[in-house]
Design a protein around this ligand. Structure first.
Ligand SMILES: CC(C)(COP(=O)(O)OP(=O)(O)OC[C@H]1O[C@@H](n2cnc3c(N)ncnc32)[C@H](O)[C@@H]1OP(=O)(O)O)[C@@H](O)C(=O)NCCC(=O)NCCS
Length: 137
């Protein structure tokens, strides 16, 4: 049975490796642990099979990051379930009448996955595009 827990996975880098992403340094992992405002881990028994986290101010701005389902578990609705639960949790702390803003940067060709969860592509008629800059030291 697949279960979900609101926490980071024990080994973020093993998730990143499983989908071919570069690893985070020890310092970056500590920051993720200490400063992510929300996180979710999907489990098959006691095996961690998916994870996603949210950084932000916990009030208005929520940025979804590091959404990963291990390749052998993809296509079973786990990614959708993780993000649905994360967004429900983010909204649950809002007061009645408040709006929260949830942003993300889609990996290439993953846009349809996020559109099914209600995200809009940018730019569009009303909004400019999201922008990114990577800085390497
Ligand atoms: C992207 C990812 C998180 C999706 O997780 P998943 O568990 O495989 O996706 P789900 O099974 O929950 O899919 C939910 C819906 O999105 C659709 N979908 C998922 N990935 C898709 C894609 N690349 N293109 C089109 N549709 C997609 C599914 O068909 C499903 O549609 P349905 O609800 O109509 O049945 C997963 O493929 C992954 O970890 N990829 C590698 C890492 C990555 O790129 N992460 C995203 C970073 S921005």
């Amino acid at each position: 049975m697949i279960t979900y827990e609101f926490r980071l996975p024990n080994d973020i880098n093993s998730f990143r490796r499983s989908v071919g992403w570069y690893e985070l340094s020890e310092r970056q992992l500590r920051c993720a642990l200490e400063r992510s405002v929300l996180a979710i881990t999907a489990l098959d028994g006691d095996i961690e099979i998916g994870s996603a986290r949210v950084v932000g101010d916990g009030g208005y701005q929520f940025f979804i990051s590091d959404v990963i389902v291990r390749p052998e578990y993809q296509g079973r609705g786990i990614g959708k379930e993780m993000l649905t639960r994360l967004m429900d949790k983010a909204l649950s702390v809002a007061d009645e009448g408040e709006t929260i803003m949830v942003n993300l940067m889609s990996a290439k060709d993953k846009e349809p996955f996020y559109e099914k969860l209600g995200f809009m592509r940018r730019p569009n008629d009303e909004r400019g595009c999201g922008m990114t800059k990577f800085l390497k030291k």
